[in-house]
Write a protein that binds this ligand. Structure first.
Ligand SMILES: *Cc1c(COP(=O)(O)O)cnc(C)c1O
Length: 379
């Protein structure tokens, strides 16, 4: 039997045609028609999802998109940036790239995303301790579950702090009628191999006016000034997506909606089938508004006192049956590399990390795979 992977990419079959076209027209360099085409495909898709004013800049990765957002906000040494603690390190690392200090804020139990009350507490306390407000807030839609954006946006506006929305895992998730990634001042997507769609590595920055999109392109292409020769007045980056990667992305846009639909089907099957397993519950997010997560990964929580098994034992059992599973992200405030960073915690992410496990959720997972996973757990 073939291994059941956590989140395997699946091609539409149309990717190769876009790549071939790039070869045939000699556009094998960075930039070219596929990059423009991919940006415009995402733009039309976001319009269809409910955001008509998104400006999309295709970049080398989701991480570089977060980095550029911080650069564009002119954040640097001596500044603090608030970041959701319960996330992948890529949300927080760019804060250090610009020389700023991350301040971690814990999650609320409903969505596992940044706790609005604790966020405000942190803002007030940083101001008291440093005399300055944090320069940005990075909120994450973890596992594709929308954060409580109405409250977070209200707090960010009230304190006039720019909001960066890390939607790396949340392409296709809808919050209060709006697509995730388009709600904050800046949003980012990731097209890494295990995300909703892949370009074999890539990302995008979402902004809300042409000036911002132009600025992102400027910084992403070595900050080259408009002169006939190479003139530089700012430090730039080599962060633009290549025309080949964008070709894969264009092919992937054909199956994005069906992949989102399949992940939702997977989630619903898990919810149904875990109902009669004592001590193990599927995480069913509760937000502060209507929302439709993309269910990038379905997560379960294991109460070992009832289930009679721990997270690690269960994971080992699945591995022995050729099923990939993975613990939830280890919170940033627990990471040795961020030991010195200020953190505002409430126990939510630590408990989820201790008990949680991500199950195979990708578009290639079948109904039969899920039956096999459930039977393995029940054994
Ligand atoms: C994957 C991911 C990123 C980084 O995206 P890359 O394209 O891999 O650089 C950032 N934040 C979160 C929450 C992610 O899951």
């Amino acid at each position: 039997m073939e291994k059941i992977w956590l989140s395997l990419a699946k091609m539409s079959g149309k990717e190769e045609a876009y790549i071939r076209e790039a070869f045939e027209t000699n556009w094998v360099t960075p930039l070219g028609p596929n990059v423009d085409g991919f940006e415009s495909d995402i733009n039309s898709w976001l319009t269809h999802q409910g955001c008509p004013d998104a400006h999309v800049t295709a970049l080398a990765s989701g991480t570089s998109a977060i980095h550029l957002a911080l650069v564009m906000l002119n954040i640097g040494r001596g500044d603090e940036v608030i970041c959701q603690s319960f996330t992948f390190a890529a949300s927080a690392n760019p804060i250090c790239y610009v020389g700023a200090t991350p301040v971690f804020v814990d999650s609320e139990p409903g969505t596992w995303n940044i706790d609005p009350d604790l966020l405000e507490e942190a803002i007030v306390d940083r101001k008291k301790k440093t005399g300055k407000l944090p320069r940005a807030i990075i909120a994450v839609h973890l596992y594709g579950t929308p954060a409580c954006m109405n409250r977070i946006t209200e707090i960010a506006r009230r304190y006039e702090i720019p909001l960066i929305e890390d939607a790396a895992e949340a392409m296709g998730s809808i919050y209060d009628g709006k697509p995730c990634g388009t709600i904050g001042d800046y949003g980012i997507f990731s097209f890494n191999g295990n995300k909703m769609i892949t370009t074999s590595g890539g990302g995008a920055l979402i902004s809300h006016n042409k000036a911002d999109a132009d600025k992102a392109k400027f910084y992403a292409t070595q900050a080259r000034e408009p002169f006939p020769y190479y003139q530089h007045e700012k430090i730039g980056y080599n962060y633009r997506m290549s025309n080949i990667s964008a070709g894969i992305g264009r092919g992937q846009m054909h199956i994005l909606d069906s992949h989102i639909a399949r992940r939702r089907v997977n989630h619903n099957l898990y919810v149904e089938k875990f109902k009669d397993i004592a001590g193990i519950t599927v995480k069913e997010p509760q937000g502060d508004a209507t929302m439709l997560p993309n269910y990038w990964l379905t997560c379960i929580e294991i109460d070992n006192t009832i289930a009679g098994t721990t997270r690690d034992e269960l994971s080992a059992k699945l591995a022995a049956a050729n099923i990939e599973s993975r613990p939830l992200w280890k919170p940033m405030h627990m990471q040795p590399v961020f030991a010195e960073a200020p953190a505002y915690t409430n126990g939510t992410s630590e408990k989820a990390f201790e008990q949680g496990l991500c199950l195979p959720s990708g578009p290639v997972v079948t109904d039969d795979d899920i039956d096999y996973i459930i039977n393995t757990i029940k054994k």
